[in-house]
Write a protein that binds this ligand. Structure first.
Ligand code: NAI
Ligand code: MG
Length: 328
């Protein structure tokens, strides 16, 4: 049995996690699910957004399946990524048939470093009206994320890895990142190039097809992955995986979406695609491909939630995916 900690969290996190469970139940794989609390509601109840028992349970599991939390995101998901040392955040951005979006045929995977950079939380108010933040970039961190990106490219038959940075201004931190990426690139038979992050944002919007695998530092990766999600139909379709040596966390890119929470209309696609990433992680390649195929077909038939122009509820759309699975 693979033990999995399930953290629904807040808002639509709780709604989309039920969609994921519906799909998982249909597959009946040897997973044992342990449900735990974290997020804004946990904070209200226990005074801690990430209760100790939840963190301990995560450390006993092989993976965490995470919905979304609200204002406590920094204390929950960002902390979990650090605690479990899931150093690589994989965020695919792919256009789907039948989904109205800016571009077709986009298929990019963003590999975001997850444990360093400005998100380490080293922020200080050094004097009245002066706040400072420390950006930490290490050779070890750069090396393992660069290697991860190239290994992913190799495994998935992808042609190019592009590193994004701002080494002309942040000469030490981004300079180190660029240098290490260039070194690691020499070990692989995969094309490599690098861009400044600002120019890359323009290229992404105007010519997304020039990207295949993107590797970048923590904060740039956070921003650029939402941008990429926006190119291909929005956050309702954006899955992610956080992978480390020992642990893994699977979560949609989106947050608790208070503007639509409680209405039962959150798009379950991001969470279902996230679940497929978890299946692949555990070696269930066939099942993962089936779930993706089922979702692709449902999207192509326009059986969607309102954010994509349809009129289905979250669980109705998830049920459509399950119906496809039953038919294979
Ligand atoms: P958000 O991702 O919650 O929502 C942004 C926009 O996208 C909203 O208009 C929302 O309705 C829409 N959206 C997101 N997911 C959707 C889905 N599955 N279906 C349909 N529409 C969807 O980001 P926002 O509004 O910046 O933050 C809301 C809360 O979520 C904040 O408290 C924030 O701290 C938290 N947050 C948590 C994250 C996490 O738990 N990993 C990640 C990002 C934000
Ligand atoms: Mg984000």
């Amino acid at each position: 049995m693979n033990r999995i900690t399930v953290i629904p969290g807040d808002g639509i996190g709780k709604e989309v996690i039920n969609a994921a469970m519906l799909v998982l139940e249909e597959l009946s794989l040897p997973f044992e699910y342990v449900w735990m609390e974290a997020g804004d509601e946990a904070y209200e109840k226990y005074g801690k957004a990430l209760p100790d028992e939840t963190l301990e349970e995560c450390k006993k599991s092989k993976a965490v399946l995470f919905g979304a939390v609200g204002e406590t995101a920094a204390d929950v998901i960002v902390r979990l990524r650090f605690e479990l040392e899931t150093f690589a955040n994989i965020r695919p951005a792919k256009s789907y048939r039948g989904v109205k979006c800016l571009y077709d045929n986009v298929d990019i995977v963003i590999v975001r470093e997850n444990t360093e950079c400005l998100y380490k939380g080293l922020e200080f108010e050094v004097a009245e009206g002066i706040a400072e933040g420390i950006r930490v970039i290490t050779r070890k961190g750069c090396e393992r994320i660069a290697r991860f990106a190239f290994e992913l490219a190799k495994r998935e038959g992808r042609k190019r890895v592009t590193a994004l940075h701002k080494a002309n201004v942040m000469k030490k931190t981004c300079g180190l990142f660029r240098e290490v990426c260039r070194e690691v690139a020499k070990e692989y038979d995969v094309e490599f190039n690098d861009y400044y992050i600002d120019a890359a944002c323009m290229y992404l919007v105007m010519d997304p097809w020039r990207f295949d695998v993107i590797v970048t530092t923590n904060m740039f990766g956070d921003i650029v992955s939402d941008l990429a999600a926006g190119l291909v139909g929005g956050l309702g379709l954006a899955p992610s995986a956080n992978i480390g040596e020992k642990y893994a966390i699977f979560e949609p890119v989106h947050g608790s979406a208070p503007d639509i929470a409680g209405k039962g209309i959150a798009n379950p696609s991001a969470m279902i695609l996230t679940t497929a990433m978890m299946l692949r992680h555990f070696g269930y390649l066939e099942e993962a491909a089936k779930v993706e195929k089922a979702l692709e077909e449902v999207l192509a038939e326009g059986k969607t939630t309102p954010d994509l122009g349809g009129n289905l509820k979250t669980m109705e759309m998830a049920q459509e995916v399950v119906n496809k699975l039953k038919s294979y």
